[in-house]
Design a protein. Structure first.
Length: 448
């Protein structure tokens, strides 16, 4: 047996040298270590960032499902040091999504900017601070406020650290087109300020401000990063997969999306203490509703112009386009919600519009982009097989179920539980596949 072990040890360096040069044969790939190893997570930024994001995503989803189960049954009698709705909103906004951002931005960002890439080892501490902080946030919300605040502080340090590293790449760049990177950089600063505001408001016992800080992070940080990446990548991906469609990404479209995000951030603070009353409140609600309807309608049109119908021939591309379509639909639903609220004298469907954005648009875009990057950087074909395609449509069904629950019928609590269980299940299954790739060498034998 020892001669075989010695032969393997001699072969491995030569094989990995050929991998680094992109020259491998089927025999080389057969000799590679196919086992899952933690150290392989450090081969590229996306491996580490995406893996930690999946851990937080699945854990937070399972926790929320337990909360919903306890609400309808009372079996667990869970104690709370913080409002579970606020805990849920915060982890869904600042928890796993910035980890996905980190994996993507430090993979694609250096290419956009024409600067050297960072090594995954340089991201270990800030990413671990964020992941461990958000896991501790969920635990602390049931035990002690001080523990939850310490967890938020860890997340704040990690996010700020990552933001500083990304801004260093921007400053080093001599690229002519840095608009998208600069926009994302500003959004990351908004995210840091919003998370810091959440921490401070909880310390000062200001729950309304805490909620506003979370929503500011959602609209001003998370959404801005998503739409900026979508504006840059969706037309490019579409023209690459379908040569008859040319790249068309007018900057007014990006401006409109950023304006919509800014308007929603403004609305959060204008309505900090609840909807405005009287004539001023009616005028504000009417203006907001009309703006959301118009902006949403333009974005739905843009989704069609960008090749929504043509993309249905390519599943991976279709997922991106459907996610973008949901953004327009979310704004339209928000506008309808405002106008109905004006007629009825009370807000309606607001949670439906919010989840059309978060689950319909952002989760679909996350699912599509992470799957695409993971396929490409694991040496696999850029296709969505039946497994991924089925999970994506289960996500769409889960979103519709959550929107139905927002109608506040007698079955709303049970619908929320079912939606939470479906969300957790499909994300856990998706995570199981992708996490298996991140801890193994590329299927094509190349490095990274």
């Amino acid at each position: 047996m020892w001669p075989l072990v010695n032969l393997r040890m001699k072969l491995q360096p030569a094989i990995h040298f050929r991998i680094s040069k992109g020259k491998t044969s089927a025999e080389d790939r057969a000799n590679l270590d196919r086992r899952w190893r933690v150290r392989f997570l450090l081969l590229a930024p996306h491996r580490l960032g995406f893996f930690l994001a999946l851990v937080v995503l699945v854990t937070s989803g399972a926790w929320w499902a337990l909360v919903q189960f306890d609400r309808v049954s009372g079996e667990l009698a869970l104690p709370y040091a913080l409002s579970p709705s606020l805990v849920h909103a915060a982890v869904m906004t600042f928890g796993f999504i910035p980890l996905f951002f980190s994996g993507f931005l430090f993979t694609a960002g250096p290419k956009w900017l024409g600067v050297p890439s960072l090594q995954a080892r340089q991201l270990v501490m800030p990413l671990l601070l964020q992941a461990s902080g958000w896991l501790l946030w969920v635990v602390g919300s049931h035990l002690y406020l001080s523990l939850a605040l310490a967890a938020l502080f860890m997340g704040e340090i990690g996010l700020t650290w990552i933001t500083v590293l990304f801004w260093r790449l921007i400053r080093l760049s001599q690229a002519e087109d840095r608009l998208h990177a600069l926009t994302i950089g500003v959004a990351c600063v908004v995210g840091c300020l919003s998370l810091g505001g959440l921490l401070l408001s909880l310390m000062l016992d200001a729950p309304a401000v805490a909620r506003a800080c979370v929503l500011t992070g959602l609209w001003g940080f998370v959404l801005v990063v998503f739409v900026t990446v979508a504006h840059r990548m969706i037309p490019f991906f579409t023209s690459s997969a379908m040569p008859l469609i040319t790249v068309w990404r007018p900057f007014w479209a990006l401006g409109l999306m950023l304006a919509a995000a800014a308007a929603e951030v403004g609305a959060v603070w204008v309505e900090l203490n609840g909807p405005l009353q009287g004539a001023a409140g009616a005028a504000w609600t009417l203006a907001r509703g009309v703006f959301e309807l118009l902006a949403g309608g333009v974005l739905v049109w843009l989704a069609l112009v960008w090749g929504l119908m043509q993309s249905l021939k390519n599943r991976l591309l279709a997922m991106l386009h459907i996610g973008f379509l949901w953004f327009g639909l979310a704004l339209v639903l928000g506008g309808i919600s405002q106008l109905l609220g004006l007629v009825q004298g009370t807000p309606v469907l607001s949670l439906g519009a919010l989840h059309a954005l978060t689950m319909g648009s952002l989760a679909s875009l996350m699912f599509a982009m992470v799957t695409r990057v993971s396929c490409g950087h694991s040496g696999r074909a850029l296709v969505a097989d039946n497994f991924i395609w089925s999970l994506f449509w289960l996500l769409q069904a889960t979103t519709l179920l959550r929107l139905t629950a927002a109608l506040q019928s007698g079955a709303a609590a049970w619908l929320l539980l079912l939606a939470a269980l479906l969300w957790t299940t499909l994300m856990a299954v998706w995570a199981g596949r992708l996490a298996g790739w991140y801890g193994r060498l590329r299927a094509d034998g190349r490095g990274g």
